[in-house]
Design a protein around this ligand. Structure first.
Ligand SMILES: [Cu+2]
Length: 302
């Protein structure tokens, strides 16, 4: 009898988590924080809610649509190598559609349905964002802008997008496709799941053997005659002198350039260079003259 009772208690204990798996509905519990930001204490959040302001360029709401998007690990099973996904990877709506999204998170972790690239004057940070912790449902409404554009929709939790929770929403004809949308566009980093691991290992070994053979067959490469290395000591000397001069004149330059624009500084530097070049030429000319004069003086004596 005690045995039976304990089995009953155990069964009840195990059934509690199963019963608790019901989806929490955030929609009735959300508090409005203004600016289209709604939140509740259970981890539900809506940002960029806009049910009544028309985006610029929309004369009226063209259509009113409602969609339900599911999110969870199980939707990624058909995409090899992915961990999370939405149940839909591509959405298409007419410009100026009033869209209500019911977002159902089916995992025991946090997921988001985050849309980017919306006009920032209407949507804070250009985003419309639904977020739900654990198995739950949350809903939000926005009005899509006019024009043909493709919007990124993803889950922004670290690595969830890279692991597959990524979609695109095309308004009108869209303006192209985004990469790495599971089942829609090619992955930027493609994985190969056609071969099994032992097959891949054999292939890698064969590749390595071929490469080794190619190296053995290739004629010996003539050693390239190296040009004599420039005298390092002279470079060091010049560098040291340059550094010393730089250090000496930098306080003067800093004072000189204070309050000058970049263009003015450049003009000043070029002017300075030109003046120093001129005086260098003059100095060389006079030096030459002096030498020549000396030559003339010396030559007759020889
Ligand atoms: Cu996620």
């Amino acid at each position: 009898m005690v045995k039976l009772l304990s089995v009953g208690v155990l069964l009840m204990l195990f059934s509690v988590p199963v019963l608790a798996q019901d989806y929490e509905d955030h929609d009735g519990m959300l508090m409005n924080h203004g600016d289209g930001h709604l939140m509740d204490m259970a981890g539900g959040m809506v940002m960029g809610q806009n049910a009544d302001t028309l985006p610029g360029g929309c004369d009226r709401i063209s259509e009113t649509k409602e969609i339900t998007v599911h999110a969870g690990h199980k939707y990624a099973e058909k995409f090899p190598g992915r961990m999370f996904a939405f149940d839909t990877q591509e959405f298409n709506f007419k410009p100026c559609t009033k869209l209500t999204v019911h977002f159902v998170n089916e995992d025991n972790i946090r997921h988001q349905w985050m849309m980017h690239g919306l006009p920032k004057y209407l949507y804070p940070k250009g985003m419309f964002h639904l977020e739900a912790s654990g198995p739950s449902k949350i809903s939000g409404t926005l009005i899509l802008p006019p024009g043909d554009k493709t919007y990124l929709v993803h889950c922004d939790i670290a690595q969830h997008m890279e692991k597959g929770m990524k979609a695109q929403l095309k308004v009108g004809k869209g303006d192209g496709d985004l990469p790495s949308i599971p089942g829609v566009t090619a992955y930027i980093v493609a994985d190969d799941y056609k071969a099994t691991l032992p097959e891949l290992a054999i292939k890698a070994e064969a590749d390595a053997a071929t490469a080794a053979k190619a190296v053995a067959i290739a004629p010996p490469v003539k050693p390239v005659v190296k040009a004599p290395a420039p005298d390092d000591s002279s470079i060091t000397g010049v560098t040291v002198i340059g550094l010393a001069i730089g250090l000496l004149i930098s306080p003067f330059l800093a004072r000189k350039f204070k309050g000058m624009s970049a263009a003015e500084v450049v003009t000043y530097v070029f002017d300075l260079l030109r003046t120093s070049f001129d005086s260098l030429v003059k100095w060389l000319a006079s030096l030459m003259k002096m030498i020549m004069a000396n030559k003339h003086k010396i030559l007759p004596k020889k």
